[in-house]
Design a protein around this ligand. Structure first.
Ligand SMILES: NC(=O)C1=CN([C@@H]2O[C@H](COP(=O)(O)OP(=O)(O)OC[C@H]3O[C@@H](n4cnc5c(N)ncnc54)[C@H](O)[C@@H]3O)[C@@H](O)[C@H]2O)C=CC1
Ligand SMILES: O=C(O)[C@@H]1CCC=N1
Length: 274
């Protein structure tokens, strides 16, 4: 039996997951997206053929899975407003919100609910997402499979058994597309300084990132060895890599990712304790 999956919130993340789901063959009629504004919903409805609803509780009343995809800052209010509908239906809850703990979300929704916390990323839109998932003790095997199926429709799924590790997942994949986009910006700017047209530099940098990722994923060699294979002794790459190592790229990445994970934990404190 097909499950009805409702997305509460229809912004960047929900749009990316829904787009990937439809692309991978989920029936548009089984998917509902909600938002207070029909202006947000209309393009999704028209582009993807999914159902939409401005009333969260009405959508929940016919759902088997409810994906919480609003900003963490308004999550409490949104959960409390649909608490009765959730308790009447008891669907599987999947939260994609950064930071917010499973226990807090479950309490805001009235308690005793199967809940999966998921940290996805926006490349889900092109079927190349990477998500970390954590299930609370009420999630049964079928629900675990359903959550896996939902997120595998848009990319890689890795389960973690310790909820705190989702902060690490946020640093490694949730926020990480932005690190690579920053790298693209920097490479394009440098390419232009070296004389290339901007669009040429951009295309070359992006294709190279795609190639490097595909190659690393399909190789049994570790990245360090693949890197060494590009570095001819006394050649150009060696010079570039030495510069990046001297500039302590590893330390900078470590600090940025620690800041990211710390912020996820901080958000849980800020938002969960109200
Ligand atoms: N953007 C990203 O790369 C990632 C975001 N997330 C998480 O996804 C969640 C959503 O983030 P974004 O999609 O970036 O935000 P967004 O601002 O693009 O989307 C939020 C959506 O919620 C809707 N909304 C506002 N009030 C509502 C209400 N009362 N009922 C229903 N919908 C309502 C808005 O219309 C908007 O469409 C956040 O909790 C964030 O932590 C997680 C991983 C990656
Ligand atoms: O920046 C954020 O808070 C969200 C969560 C992970 C990616 N975007």
């Amino acid at each position: 039996m097909a499950s009805t999956i409702t997305f509460i919130g229809a912004g960047n993340m929900a749009g990316a997951i829904i787009g990937g789901m439809i692309e991978s063959g989920f029936a548009p009629n089984d998917v509902i997206a909600t938002s207070p504004s029909d202006d947000v919903l209309a393009p999704l409805r028209e582009r993807l053929g999914i159902r939409t609803e401005t009333d969260n509780a009405a959508a929940v009343a016919e759902s088997d899975v409810v994906v919480l995809a609003v900003k963490p800052q308004i999550m409490r209010e949104v959960c409390e407003q649909m608490r009765d509908a959730v308790q009447a239906r008891r669907p599987l809850i999947v939260s994609v919100a950064a930071g917010l703990p499973a226990e807090t979300l479950e309490a805001w929704l009235g308690g005793e609910l199967p809940l999966v916390r998921c940290m996805p990323n926006t490349p889900a839109l092109v079927g190349a997402g990477a998500a970390g998932l954590y299930a609370n003790a009420r999630v049964d095997e079928d629900q675990r499979r359903l959550a896996t199926e939902l997120m595998e429709a848009v990319g890689l799924v890795e389960w973690v058994e310790d909820e705190a590790l989702l902060d690490a997942v946020t640093a490694v994949s949730g926020s990480a597309p932005a690190y690579f986009f920053l790298m693209f910006e920097a490479m394009e700017e440098a390419g232009v300084k070296l004389g290339l047209p901007a669009d040429t530099a951009r295309r070359l940098a992006m294709q190279t990132a795609l190639g490097a990722a595909k190659m690393a994923l399909s190789s049994d060699k570790p990245p360090a060895e693949l890197k060494r294979n590009v570095m001819s002794p006394g050649g150009t790459t060696e010079r570039a890599i030495a510069h990046l190592e001297d500039a302590e790229l590893r330390r900078i990445m470590g600090e940025a990712m620690t800041a990211c994970a710390d912020r996820a934990a901080e958000m849980a404190d800020e938002l969960g304790q109200r």
